[in-house]
Design a protein around this ligand. Structure first.
Ligand SMILES: [Zn+2]
Length: 137
């Protein structure tokens, strides 16, 4: 996953800890970083979720650490890609994405059969995160 920086350099995705209000640490936020000019920007795909998360903290948040991968599917997916052993590098982000979507759809069918509406809503939200846009490589 790469993106061209405004300086012409190549930007690659890294999972970083973002500090908010000097108190709240948000772990594993996917960020594009440029190797040439060290500019960085949050992935467009995760921006709405990150904004929502920060808004939910209010003006005076308590000191805490939040695992972003627990509330965002892209962070979850990229963390899984990063954690895989180097020898298994053949598995691309696209394959992991497809696998994750299938997994969520299986869970959705299960939630549906249990008539668990809260769970169905949660799964719909997660599926929407992944299907909204695809990352261009
Ligand atoms: Zn740059």
């Amino acid at each position: 996953m790469q993106k061209r920086c405004s300086c012409g350099g190549q930007m690659t995705v890294k999972l970083r800890t973002v500090l908010f209000s000097g108190k709240v640490e948000i772990d594993n936020v996917p960020i594009f970083c440029c190797a040439a000019c060290s500019q960085s920007e949050v992935l467009a795909e995760v921006k709405p979720d990150l904004t929502q998360l920060i808004e939910g903290l209010g003006d005076e948040p308590d000191k805490q650490t939040i695992a972003f991968e627990a509330c965002n599917e892209w962070a979850n997916l990229l963390l899984a890609v990063e954690a895989k052993p180097k020898s298994a590098e053949a598995r691309s982000v696209e394959q992991m994405l497809e696998q994750r979507v299938n997994q969520l759809l299986d869970l959705y069918l299960l939630a549906q059969s249990l008539s668990d509406e809260a769970w169905m809503e949660e799964l719909e939200r997660r599926l929407a995160q992944l299907s909204k846009r695809t990352i261009h490589t």
